[in-house]
Design a binder for this molecule. Structure first.
Ligand SMILES: [Ca+2]
Ligand SMILES: [Ca+2]
Length: 73
């Protein structure tokens, strides 16, 4: 995905990201994801890990989050 996001879109996604990133370390972990989306089934988490965790470090960076969210548009 080399598609450029608009500035507004980027800011909106970054706000979403920061809202989920409870400890503000710049990464969203599975635990942080679940605390905001408690109804998320394990299969959905597994799919996210597989599809969105590009560098496979077990957490989502802002870049990975934007790639994921941006791909839905
Ligand atoms: Ca975090
Ligand atoms: Ca990652």
């Amino acid at each position: 995905m080399s598609q450029e996001l608009s500035h507004e879109r980027f800011e909106a996604l970054k706000r979403d990201f920061d809202a989920i990133d409870d400890d503000g370390d710049g990464f969203i972990t599975e635990a942080e994801l679940l605390s905001h989306f408690p109804g998320l089934p394990p299969e959905a988490i597994g799919a996210l890990d597989r599809d969105a965790d590009v560098d496979a470090d077990g957490r989502f960076s802002l870049e990975e989050f934007i790639r994921l969210a941006g791909a839905r548009d």
